[in-house]
Write a protein of this length. Structure first.
Lengths: 111, 112
């Protein structure tokens, strides 16, 4: 069965606010974790990844937090914009280069 | 730089018919993946190639699905015969040396 999943299927956020998308995983042997963004009619787009020996990584307007104690991963998007509307997937990367995706969270931006 | 190219973008066929999808990865990417994505779900790996070698096809239903990557560049994924449950989006992705996989737009297959 799947080892990666998401807490909420849909998240609505006011434009300009920060978004936090959560993910739980069960495989302790994951080597790294990745967040993908998928817009309608397109393939998933890499946002940011984090190695399993890190607990935080920042990108442009995004921050990924990894809590290995509770096997929890989150993606924080600062100052959410209309263009951030999409489905967000967390995925875990295994040492054999296999990536396992979770179910996805749809992010709605409210005007 | 051109991204991953897939064709066709959409395909509608009747059950029991064959269908084929084509993928052209990003130039220089040795690793190529085929995924299946059902509505509302994350992509599920079907097969992974390192150059022309299929290194992980454990999730490929080999009774009806086949894939090839001749010359280690373009790849085709075939279903014969298609079943109603095969309706999904078929995604191709490629990767160089980093963790980042680049996905194509996918082929949306509808089996009637």
């Amino acid at each position: 069965g799947e080892s990666v999943g998401l807490h909420l299927p849909t998240l609505s956020v006011q434009e300009g606010d920060n978004s936090i998308i959560n993910c739980a995983y069960s495989n302790s042997a994951s080597d790294y974790f990745i967040w993908y963004k998928q817009e309608s009619g397109k393939g998933p787009q890499f946002i940011i990844d984090i190695r399993s020996n890190m607990d935080k990584r920042q990108g442009q307007r995004v921050t990924v937090l990894l809590n290995k104690t509770v096997k929890h991963l989150s993606l924080q998007i600062a100052a959410t914009q209309p263009g951030d509307s999409a489905v967000y997937f967390c995925a875990e990367g295994l040492r054999d280069d296999k990536i396992i995706f979770g179910k996805g969270t749809r992010l709605h931006i409210l005007p | 730089e051109a991204g991953v190219v897939q064709s066709p973008r959409y395909k509608i066929i009747e059950k029991k018919q064959p269908v084929a999808f084509w993928c052209n990865p990003i130039s220089g990417h040795n690793t190529l993946y085929w995924y299946l994505q059902n509505l509302g779900q994350g992509p599920e790996l079907l097969i992974r190639y390192e150059n022309e070698e299929a290194v992980d096809d454990s999730q490929l239903p080999k009774d009806r699905f086949s894939a090839e990557r001749l010359k280690g560049v373009d790849s085709t994924l075939k279903i014969q015969p298609a079943e109603l449950g095969d309706s999904a989006v078929y995604l191709c992705a490629s990767r160089s040396n980093s963790n980042e996989q680049f996905f194509g737009p996918g082929t949306r297959l509808t089996v009637l």
